[in-house]
Structures are given as structure tokens and as C-alpha cells.
Design a protein around this ligand. Structure first.
Ligand code: NAD
Length: 446
């Protein structure tokens, strides 16, 4: 459950703040304090509702568009799979259907693009949309490569468009509270951060099949190599192939490593060294992203981060119950000289309850407040203020994940310069910062 201010009015919330604090596993002081922040407003007049285009009508894009429909009108949908586009046009009551995102973005009345395509399409769609003057809600992981992120940030600055990265844990009070406590020294000196991600599947070998009539496979492949159609390379499981994604390290890492950066104060920077080990082997002809792995990062401030895959009962890690100090659950654990805090989508817990229960002093450094990720985006579209997960933050967070994937591929310790965004004296590693794009696709070809 996410704290969503617009669902309850302030009086109701104050009355029930104790119950709410319990339900959300947040301390009462934090819940009450959060009530002073305005909840995102759903527009009253149809004229105040921007036109929304959904590009990529899969599970997540469709969910995002259904949430965006509270604040705007979904007028067009686009997908390279004709069945999916028809189904979602009907469900979302969109007036127009497209297979080419460039034509869809040019559709009259489109102000906002919701990008729910697979990872290898995020950047090119986002760049095209921003250059066409549209604001963008883009799914995470924001990019396929670090180079894409650098380009995207530059285009966002040039075009002055609003872009929200779909790393929605930033708009969940539990994660903000954990990061605020850590950044204000509640744990003493921060020593170690552990991000626990679900391990990936080790599937395969898979067989080539005829391309389904409804699918434009060449368009789906886009910038990536021309390969025969294998159903497992396409919808949903694309994330377990290195051509299109980085496995659970970029998929879940874009959430938990994002929180690690927020808590560590490195959200506009990055690690200094990266070293990783893969503990599983890929089946020939099967998924290529590492299924079981551990990556160790060090930061200039002395903190160490371990990002490791764990077997997991559910995506959110299952009920925490009595969390033992050494429990390994999907989530983020911060450890300092004075104790630890563990946070995930269900709970925030600490080695000593007072680490969470004690109010922060008035002088504390407070972080950007958003209690509704899509609502924050629409608020920013109006105010023109940066969204909570604006392009540089989305790029820097996924860069940590990309660096991990590169370290796993190379199997040796790497040194990274976060200011220059390049590996130090390492031509081989720098070769993975970008990838060749297949014609006709490129940053300037969209
Ligand atoms: N924020 C979250 O918690 C969260 C959760 C799930 C997925 N995601 C992200 O959402 C994205 C989509 O994931 P999914 O599971 O919905 O995948 P999916 O495969 O179900 O959907 C992707 C859709 O994009 C379409 N597509 C591909 N190329 C296109 C193009 N050039 N133009 C238009 N459409 C195109 C595909 O045909 C497909 O219908 C991924 O990047 C994933 O990481 C985020």
C-alpha cells in the first residue's frame, strides 16, 4: 500500500493517523508531518486534462496509462503488436491507434507520452517525444546504456521538458523516511548498503518460431541486432536477454539501487569501484542475463554497497514477520556504526525501534516529497518543476545497475570516474558504456 493523500482528506487522516501509521508501518510523527503536503489534484475541468499517448501497451504501460487517466485523457495508443494496441485502445477508450511511435507522437492533442516499451526502446522514444515538445512519464530502467542516459539528460535540458522515471519507490513514504534518517546520521556513519534483488530465471534452450501475424518483429528489435523471432525474447521476458535489458540487476536494481543512491547522497554521482561475481551459468540458447550474482561497489564517501540476487518467495519479498538481523529479503538495508534500517514495499524496520520512531529535528535535511508518482509528474507538468525522479536521477540510478552488469560481464574490478562518467584507463570496459545501434536507429534518427 502506498500512502496516497488524495484518497483521504486531511481531517480523516488526522483522525486516523495512528491507525494509518500502523497500516503503513510508518511512525506517527512522519505520517502526521506528511499531511501538510498537498496531495495531487485530479483536474475538475476537462480543459485542464492534458492529452496522453501510451507507447508500449504491455502490462506496465497499460497500468501507467490507467493511472495517468485520472489526470489526463488517454487519446492515443501505440504498439508494434496490433493485437495489444487494439485491446488497450478499447480498454483505455483511446480514439487513435498507431504502430509507429513517431506518427503517434505527432497525433493532434498529444501533450504527454507514457512510455511502457521494453528497455531498449526507452531512450529513443523519450528523445523523440521531448524533441517534439512532449513531457514524458517513462518506465524504468530509464536506459539501455550509460551513453543513452548522458544523451537523454542533455536532450531534457535542451528541450526543457519534464520527464519522470517510473522508479515509483521514491514516492513511497517508507523509502523516503529510510533515506532521510540515513542522510541525517541516524545510523551514525553509514558503512554498508545492501540491495537484495530477486534472482533471474535460468531458462532455455528456446526455439525460433514464425513471427506472429500481429507483430512487427523488426520494429520491436529496433536498434538491437537483427535476430530470428523467439517468443521468449519478446513480450515480458525480454528483460532476461542482454540485447534488450540487464536482467533483474537493471529491472529491480532500477528500484532498489535508486533508493541506495538516495540514502547515500550519491544520486547525482556514482560509485568509484565495482566488482562482481556470477554464481549461475546460462543455458546455451537460453536467457543470457546473469541469474544469480553479487556486485560490490565502493563510494568516495567510504560507504560500501552490495547488490545481490536472492531466491525470493514473491516480488515484494513476502511478509517480513520477525526480521532477524541477518535476514535476506527483497529490499534495501542500510547499516551504520549505530544500527541498521531495512526497507521494502511492505515495511520499514530497524535494529532498535527508536531509530525510526524518534522524530527528526527541525534542522534535519529533508528530501523531495512525493506521495503519488504519477500525480507528482502531472503536478510538475503544470508547475514546470523537476519531477521527483527527473532524468539525471533516473540516469544515475540505472548507471549503477549498468556498471554492475558490465562488471559481471568482465569479471574483474573496475574503476569508475562518476564526474567524467567513464572507466579509468580501461578501454575494454569503456567499450560497454555505449552500444552500436542498428540502422536506421540512432539518437538523431528519431
Ligand atoms: N515501475 C515498475 O514497477 C515496473 C513494473 C513492470 C515493468 N516495468 C517496466 O516497464 C517496461 C515494460 O515492461 P512490461 O513488462 O510491460 O513489458 P511488455 O513486453 O509486456 O510490454 C512492452 C510493450 O511494448 C511494445 N513495444 C516494443 N517496441 C515498441 C515500439 N518501438 N513502439 C511501440 N511499442 C513497442 C511491445 O510490443 C509490448 O507490447 C519495462 O521497461 C519494464 O522494466 C516497470
Amino acid at each position: 500500500m502506498t500512502f496516497h493523500g488524495s484518497q483521504l482528506n486531511r481531517r480523516d487522516l488526522l483522525k486516523s493517523s495512528a491507525a494509518l501509521a500502523g497500516a503503513l508501518c510508518l511512525p506517527k510523527w512522519f505520517v502526521e508531518e506528511s499531511l501538510v503536503h498537498a496531495a495531487p489534484e485530479e483536474p475538475k475541468s476537462p480543459n485542464d486534462r492534458p492529452g496522453v499517448l501510451l507507447v508500449g501497451c504491455g502490462g506496465m504501460g497499460s497500468y501507467d496509462a490507467s493511472v495517468a487517466a485520472k489526470f489526463g485523457n488517454v487519446i492515443a495508443v501505440c504498439d508494434v503488436d496490433a493485437n495489444r494496441v487494439s485491446e488497450k485502445a478499447e480498454k483505455l477508450k483511446a480514439e487513435a491507434k498507431y504502430s509507429d511511435f513517431r506518427k503517434a507522437i505527432a497525433h493532434k492533442g498529444v501533450d504527454i507520452v507514457v512510455n511502457g516499451t521494453p528497455d531498449h526502446w526507452h531512450t529513443l522514444v523519450n528523445i523523440h517525444a521531448m524533441r517534439a515538445g512532449k513531457d514524458v512519464y517513462s518506465e524504468k530502467p530509464l536506459t539501455l546504456t550509460i551513453d543513452e542516459g548522458k544523451k537523454l539528460v542533455a536532450v531534457a535540458r535542451e528541450t526543457k521538458r519534464i520527464l519522470q522515471t517510473g522508479s515509483q519507490q521514491r514516492s513511497d513514504g517508507r523509502f523516503r523516511l529510510a533515506c532521510e534518517l540515513v542522510r541525517n546520521g541516524r545510523l551514525g556513519k553509514l558503512q554498508k548498503i545492501t540491495t537484495y534483488l530477486p534472482q533471474g530465471p535460468a531458462g532455455g534452450p528456446f526455439e525460433t518460431r514464425p513471427v506472429p501475424a500481429e507483430l512487427d518483429w523488426n520494429f520491436w528489435l529496433g536498434q538491437t541486432p537483427q535476430l530470428d523471432y523467439i517468443p521468449e525474447r519478446c513480450h515480458v521476458t525480454f528483460r532476461f536477454w542482454l540485447e534488450y535489458s540487464g536482467g533483474t540487476l537493471t529491472d529491480w536494481g532500477a528500484h532498489h539501487n535508486d533508493i541506495a543512491q538516495w540514502g547515500n547522497g550519491t544520486e547525482r554521482s556514482g560509485p568509484a569501484t565495482i566488482e562482481g561475481k556470477v554464481f549461475s551459468s546460462s543455458i546455451p540458447g537460453g536467457y543470457t542475463t546473469p541469474a544469480q550474482y553479487e556486485v560490490e561497489y565502493t563510494y568516495a564517501n567510504g560507504a560500501r554497497q552490495i547488490c545481490k540476487s536472492i531466491p525470493t518467495e514473491s516480488f515484494s519479498g513476502g511478509p517480513l514477520g520477525e526480521l532477524k538481523p541477518d535476514a535476506e529479503r527483497n529490499g534495501v538495508r542500510f547499516e551504520g556504526t549505530e544500527g541498521w534500517i531495512f526497507v521494502n514495499r511492505e515495511k520499514i524496520v530497524a535494529s532498535q525501534p527508536e531509530l525510526i520512531e524518534k522524530e527528526l529535528p527541525a534542522s534535519a535535511e529533508r528530501l523531495y516529497v512525493s506521495d503519488h508518482h504519477m500525480g507528482n509528474f502531472f503536478d510538475c507538468v503544470k508547475s514546470r518543476k523537476p519531477a521527483i525522479c527527473e532524468p539525471e536521477i533516473g540516469h544515475r540510478s540505472v548507471s549503477v545497475c549498468h556498471l554492475g552488469v558490465i562488471a559481471l560481464r568482465l569479471g574483474r574490478k573496475l574503476t569508475w570516474d562518476p564526474a567524467k562518467e567513464e572507466f579509468v584507463n580501461d578501454a575494454e570496459a569503456n567499450g560497454y558504456v555505449s552500444r552500436p545501434m542498428r540502422n536506421p536507429w540512432g539518437y538523431d534518427a528519431v
